[in-house]
Ligand binder design. Structure first.
Ligand SMILES: Nc1ncnc2c1ncn2[C@@H]1O[C@H](COP(=O)(O)OP(=O)(O)O)[C@@H](O)[C@H]1O
Ligand SMILES: O=C(CO)[C@@H](O)[C@H](O)COP(=O)(O)O
Length: 477
């Protein structure tokens, strides 16, 4: 049996899956935690990768490895290939002012036309501008810039000592989230890098969907020398694992809340709600991403002193609409809509509707309404939406599953619990070995759970009261 491995280096953890390259059957898996915080030294990702690989029984017997990962993080390297400072992650909002400056300089629609997206603090180019303004010495020392998955792939290939900056590679999906690469032309916009950072550092070579990135040589591979895949941004990797088709929307509820869809043509949404990324198959991945998602539920569980299973029970014991209690969940500021300095707010509190059950219900409804807003934005950008596929850690919550069809107003498929980002990376690794125009067809071991909307009226009411409360927050934002 030929084995391949996929890695998901996500915000909160690192996951590794080992699968049969031909059938996609899961052979073994492992995981390890990442530290908290929105700026992290990349060595923590490397340490977690090591631990997750050990947990997965090693990789000595795999023939190819691909790395998927959290998008946008700025990994700045000096001329010796050393990390210049902690990487600023996608959910670090300190570059919000830099994003405003850059948008003011060129105009929102010009950014959307040039790089597919209007800039918000998540996008790497804004972090480069922040570095130039806040830490000019670090900016001047920056000789190369990579994304989290690029840096990990480079480490697997031997890093500076092994392959130098010439061996630094990325893929279309992840580079499309930098804000200095055009999904429409497939070219870097080095003029925009220079505008942000003040000079043009070495940038990773952009590989095609099944191009070989090199050969793994690192110790963590246990003496094996697997082919390395180009890797992918986490959302593109999940889309590859799910085999999304026209009309399908992936709804991922991890640290970020993401709705994304495969498209044949690039998008350029000047409103900024939809970012026009590329996917991992040579197509495009219009996407709306929130900063607040699974951690809304983590917050509610902590507040109420219960675990996730009990939080779901409490929520399902309260009526739809929580008797008017509405959570607008912008705990960490927000990205969609772009309100980096906003805070969360509970609206409509009465003595009768502030029970644990109502608060739990409001948490789930606030989470799902913010995702439903993202689906509306995709539709407004011309993306067809027929059904949702629910993935990410919080997709396993019974209350998310019960409430999603009504609030999203869609048929919802819940695939078998799994690590869809790591699975997509593993499927890409199999594609690198097999070659050909399409990724190998892997059939899921079990069909998804299919959930249909029960009460359209409930869904509409929940969304209307959320929209009213969100309007108050926008007014303050
Ligand atoms: N059954 C559950 N109910 C609600 N939230 C859950 C459940 N299981 C996991 N989570 C949450 O999912 C998140 C992790 O999801 P994951 O997709 O791995 O995140 P990321 O990719 O951002 O690291 C955590 O915040 C965790 O608390
Ligand atoms: O910023 C985005 C997408 O644009 C996020 O989706 C990150 O890629 C992080 O994802 P998770 O770690 O939450 O899965």
């Amino acid at each position: 049996m030929t084995l391949v491995a996929g890695v998901d280096s996500s915000t909160q953890s690192c996951k590794v899956v080992v699968r049969d390259a031909e059938t996609g059957a899961l052979v073994r898996s492992g995981r390890a935690s990442h530290p908290d915080g929105t700026s992290v030294h990349p060595r923590h990702w490397w340490d977690a990768l090591r631990t997750a690989v050990d947990d997965a029984g090693g990789l000595a017997d795999v023939d190819a490895v691909s790395v998927g990962g959290q998008q946008h993080g700025m990994v700045a390297l000096d001329a010796d290939g050393e990390v210049v400072r902690d990487a600023l992650l996608w959910n670090d909002t300190r570059s919000a002012g830099a994003a405003e400056d850059l948008v003011a300089e060129l105009g929102a629609q010009e950014w959307a036309d040039s790089v597919g997206s209007v800039l918000v603090a998540s996008l790497t180019v804004t972090k480069l501008r922040w570095l130039r303004d806040a830490e000019p010495e670090n900016a001047a020392r920056t000789a190369a810039v990579a994304l989290p998955h690029d840096w990990l792939t480079w480490q697997l290939a031997g890093g500076m000592a092994g392959v130098g900056f010439e061996g630094l590679v990325t893929d279309r999906s992840d580079v499309s989230g930098t804000g200095y690469w055009s999904p429409r032309t497939g070219d870097y916009r080095t003029d925009l890098v220079e505008r942000a950072l003040g000079h043009v550092p070495a940038l990773p070579r952009v590989l095609g969907p099944s191009d070989r990135a090199g050969t793994g040589t690192a110790d963590v591979l246990g003496g094996g020398s697997p082919a390395l895949g180009p890797g992918a941004g986490d959302n593109a990797a999940a889309a590859l694992a799910l085999g999304l088709r026209t009309g399908d929307v992936a709804v991922s509820i991890g640290t970020s809340g993401v709705v994304s869809a495969i498209a044949d043509a690039p998008t350029a949404d000047g409103s900024g709600l939809v970012t026009g990324f590329a996917d991992a198959t040579g197509r495009f991945l219009p996407l709306a991403c929130t900063l607040n998602a699974a951690r809304i539920l983590d917050w509610a569980a902590r507040l109420l002193g219960v675990d996730h299973a009990r939080l779901a029970e409490l929520a399902l014991s309260a009526p739809a609409g929580a008797d008017g209690l509405v959570l607008v969940p912008y705990f960490e500021g927000e990205r969609t809509p772009n309100l980096p300095h906003a805070a969360a707010a509970l609206h409509g509190m009465r003595l009768t509707n502030t029970t644990p059950a109502h608060i739990a219900r409001a948490a789930f409804e606030g989470l799902l309404c913010s995702l439903a807003d993202g689906i509306d934005a995709l539709r407004a950008a011309g993306v067809p939406v027929q059904r949702a596929h629910l993935v990410g850690g919080a997709a396993q919550s019974a209350a998310v599953q019960a409430l999603a069809p009504d609030v999203l107003g869609l048929e919802v498929h819940v695939p078998t619990p799994g690590e869809y980002v790591a699975d997509g990376a593993a499927r890409q690794a199999a594609w690198v070995l097999a070659g050909g125009a399409e990724a190998p067809a892997w059939v899921p071991a079990q069909p998804p759970l299919v959930l249909n909307p029960g009460s359209a009226a409930d869904g509409t009411r929940v969304r209307e009261q959320y929209a009213a409360a969100r309007g108050l927050v926008l007014g303050r934002g």
